[in-house]
Unconditional design. Structure first.
Length: 159
């Protein structure tokens, strides 16, 4: 008789734990779906919503949300760059900025936009006829080094 009571107690605890776990997972799914639906973006949200619905754990949902947030960020940056430069640059130069590629003649602002961040280090030198600026992404020995004269890229070393 005691074994039946112990078994029934263990079964009840396991059932309760599984029920609460499923309820918690469903609540997490619902909150995650709301987050995606409330996010303003031109991205297609449907694949992310389907993946969340089919997820078996909060870890999977977190990974999907991280990917979604990164895609939204990349999409917003791309739209910003297109809006900013599409009327003034050739499609080749625009593609270079979108793909993080440097080119002689780009401005300091274009270089920052192409890398999606400020340089790690900036060195200034003011001469009589020009201002020289060096952007360093990473460090000088193994990173990218860009040299600007009067705001225009004149040479670079990308590694």
């Amino acid at each position: 008789m005691i074994y039946i009571i112990i078994f029934a107690t263990i079964f009840t605890l396991i059932f309760t734990w599984v029920y609460l776990e499923e309820k918690s997972l469903q609540s997490y799914k619902d909150n995650s779906i709301s987050f995606i639906n409330d996010t303003k973006t031109s991205l297609d949200k449907e694949p992310y919503l389907k993946e969340i619905q089919n997820s078996k754990s909060t870890v999977q949902i977190n990974n999907i949300l991280k990917i979604f947030e990164r895609e939204v960020y990349d999409n917003n940056v791309t739209e910003h760059i297109l809006d900013k430069y599409s009327e003034t640059l050739s499609s080749d130069d625009l593609d270079k900025i979108l793909n993080g590629v440097y080119f002689i003649g780009m401005t300091e602002e274009m270089a920052i936009d192409s890398q999606r961040r400020q340089p790690d280090k900036v060195e200034f030198e003011v001469l009589k006829t020009k201002t020289k600026k060096v952007f360093v992404y990473g460090n000088k020995s193994s990173g990218d080094v860009l040299t600007f004269e009067n705001g225009i890229l004149t040479r670079f070393k990308d590694r």
